[in-house]
Write a protein that binds this ligand. Structure first.
Ligand SMILES: [Zn+2]
Length: 65
């Protein structure tokens, strides 16, 4: 899907991927594909992996107990 649109997290309206404000509800959006977005992506991935590991450990611990 090579579209340059995204959906507003607030109202779900389809807006341009580089839009900074939703045209539907006016909420502030974060443009994707910019340098500043990379750190957030890494942080999100880290959180995901850490969370995944945490859940995995919890699950394994729970299972072995
Ligand atoms: Zn919106």
């Amino acid at each position: 899907m090579a579209d340059n649109t995204k959906f507003c997290p607030e109202c779900g309206k389809k807006v341009a991927a580089n839009a900074v404000v939703c045209t539907g509800c006016g909420v502030q959006l974060k443009p994707i594909g910019l340098g500043s977005g990379k750190n957030k992506m890494v942080a999100a991935l880290l959180a995901f992996f850490l969370g995944g590991f945490g859940i995995q450990w919890f699950y394994l611990g729970k299972k072995s107990y």
